[in-house]
Design a protein around this ligand. Structure first.
Ligand code: ASP
Length: 440
């Protein structure tokens, strides 16, 4: 019997997980799900995060040391940053246009507002987001540059939140390797090439577990979701965000088809396991190893490009998050009767761009930075908690959707950059059991 393709297996796991979640709610098995099922999802996410740092180091060093001249690296860097900023601005603009046309905040009743406020405004989750945002904000404008440079390489590698520091150290290291000349760098190059192969094999092995893990993750999302009435009250807002996210995917498809001449549906199919994981884990950082594997082996982007573009993208390029921030900020303003001028909306574009760069690639990070977007349009500080309370109930499902767009955006940009410098080749997928017979 032909084996079901990985993306179908994962999709099946997700659907069964959701159905199981609803059955569990009916039969009162919530604790069973969180105590006995959810841990398997958590283990899977931990395994993916476990290999993120070694994978970034090994593949970035391999990518840079394969470059025959350093000026190519500058080329990749400039194109990447340009495309990341351009796609994010498109995302925010789509968000702003939609929310102004649909006006989801206008129809929401006083009763719903007070119900949401009573349920969430003083909850520790909402207050926690406001506190976290105020920590981020108290730093100076160049703080992000300072933060990018580690003072201890090992410490940076020991913390998944310091991805940019690891990237900085690795690029520095890789360039120095190029500069000592091929002959003297050879032992290190061989070491990192081999490390890279091993870590990619680890991704293959972890992915064998993916269909079961997404079952656990989604069953848990369902049992820990909020009151369905509240979800319905926020339907118009949620649909605005989801429609905007879909438009973004269409935009990527158009870019892929125009600039790479590849079939966009083929592109989506190759990327789909990474997208499904992004949806199930709500974390671009946890999805990164799979995104890298799909983009390199299944789409054919050369490592010289993907090893830089994808890890940087996972940390700074979040088109889905910035679109969501634009829609959410205006929705809150509409619902609470706070008039937004044209200048306010321009400010939203600017701060949502910066906020999406500053958002961590983990669940719920987009909401923290939303506080900063709201403050940029002089939203009254005493109403912040009420504002966040309005959208809190649907944050998790929207987070799942926006993370898919974040990951798709990174993959699209890496494919475009690769094409533009002649580094998009024929894909050569590897399987988990490629050498299994010889070691069995
Ligand atoms: N969860 C998102 C990500 O990891 C960030 C966010 O929008 O909250 O890409």
């Amino acid at each position: 019997m032909k084996k079901l393709a990985l993306h179908w297996q994962i999709l099946l796991g997700m659907v069964v997980g959701i159905i199981f979640g609803f059955i569990a709610i009916q039969f009162g098995w919530k604790n069973f799900v969180s105590n006995w099922i959810n841990p398997f999802g958590t283990i899977f996410v931990k395994l993916l995060k476990l290999i993120a740092v070694p994978l970034i180091i090994a593949s970035l060093i391999k990518g840079i040391s394969d470059l025959k001249d350093i000026s190519k690296f500058r080329n990749i860097g400039v194109r990447t940053i340009f495309l990341y900023i351009a796609t994010t601005i498109v995302a925010i603009t789509i968000g702003l246009l939609l929310v102004n046309i649909v006006q989801p905040g206008k129809g929401i009743s006083e009763e719903t507002i007070s119900k949401l406020t009573n349920t969430y405004a003083n909850s520790s989750s909402v207050q926690g987001k406001i506190i976290e945002a105020s920590k981020q904000k108290s730093s100076g404008p160049l703080q992000f540059l300072v933060d990018m440079v580690p003072d201890n390489a090992i410490k940076a590698m020991g913390n998944n939140a310091s991805m940019l520091q690891v990237i900085f150290f690795t690029i520095f290291f890789g360039i120095s390797m190029l500069l000592i000349g091929e002959k003297r760098a050879k032992p290190l190059k061989k070491f990192f090439d081999s490390l890279n192969e091993v870590v990619l094999k680890m991704v293959d092995l972890i992915m064998l577990f993916a269909p079961y893990a997404v079952f656990a993750l989604l069953a848990n999302v369902v049992v820990s979701s909020n009151d369905p009435d509240l979800l319905v009250a926020l339907l118009k807002y949620s649909l605005t965000v989801v429609f905007g996210l879909l438009l973004m995917i269409v935009f990527y498809m158009v870019l892929i088809s125009i600039f790479t001449k590849k079939n966009p549906l083929w592109f989506l199919k190759q990327l789909s396991p990474a997208q499904l994981l992004a949806f199930s884990t709500s974390s671009s950082a946890a999805t990164l190893p799979v995104t890298m594997e799909r983009v390199e082996e299944h789409i054919g982007v050369d490592k010289e490009v993907s090893s830089f573009v994808l890890p940087v993208g996972a940390t700074i390029n979040m088109d889905g998050t910035s679109l969501y921030q634009a829609v959410a900020a205006v929705f809150i303003a509409q619902a609470l009767g706070f008039d937004l001028t044209f200048t306010n909306q321009l400010f939203i574009i600017l701060t949502a761009l910066l906020a999406s760069i500053g958002s961590a690639a983990v669940p719920g990070a987009g909401m923290v930075m939303l506080v900063i977007v709201l403050e940029s349009i002089s939203f009254p500080a005493d109403k912040l908690a009420i504002g966040l309370a309005l959208i809190f109930a649907v944050d998790r499902p929207l987070d799942m959707c926006r993370t898919v767009v974040n990951v798709t955006g990174d993959a699209t940009v890496s494919t475009l950059v690769a094409k533009s410098i002649g580094k998009l080749r024929k894909p050569k997928p590897k399987n988990w059991d490629d050498n299994y017979d010889s070691v069995k």
